[in-house]
Design a protein around this ligand. Structure first.
Ligand code: DQA
Length: 154
């Protein structure tokens, strides 16, 4: 067991422009707000959590980051794969073999997006411990807290 719970927070395409991109759907906070928000929501537990953040618009780069997490024996992954959630068998395959506890997150509640039914399907969820959607950036904090608790009391 690592001395700290090492979690990689992975963000996929178009998530680098949070705050600017359709704030009515994805909120006005940016990815830069995420580290502090996570620390605040984790409270004391944050002392036991080491976070690493990664964002890419490329499917291959996201897979490379997951493989690196495996090489470095990360304890957990929080992933918002953006639109690749709905399309990428390759990302699902990566999660299937790396064997790292993973939580899929979304800012919006993808199941409530009935105007766009393609968003209601996730290829990744079956290879994750769970899915948290609909709470904006707080979805990430809930996911990190869940992974930390599992690491603390396996
Ligand atoms: C998203 C939902 C996806 O459908 C969309 O393509 C995104 C963001 C979310 O966090 O709500 O890029 O993953």
């Amino acid at each position: 067991m690592n001395a700290k719970c090492r979690i990689v927070v992975v963000n996929g395409p178009n998530l680098g422009h949070l705050g600017v991109r359709q704030p009515e759907i994805y909120g006005s906070q940016t990815l830069d707000d995420l580290p502090l928000l996570l620390r605040q929501m984790l409270g004391q537990a944050s002392e036991e959590v080491e976070l690493d953040f990664f964002q890419s618009n490329s499917e291959g780069a996201l897979i490379d980051r997951l493989e690196r997490a495996w090489r470095e024996s990360a304890d957990g992954i929080v992933i918002n794969a953006g639109a690749y959630t709905h399309t990428s068998l390759a990302l699902a395959d990566a999660l299937a073999w790396i064997g790292i506890a993973c939580v899929e997150v979304h800012l919006s509640n993808i199941w409530a997006r009935t105007e766009d039914p393609v968003r209601q399907k996730s290829h990744l969820g079956k290879n994750c411990l769970g899915v948290i959607a609909g709470f904006g950036l707080s979805s990430y904090a809930l996911a990190v807290a869940a992974l930390w608790r599992r690491w603390k009391t396996p």
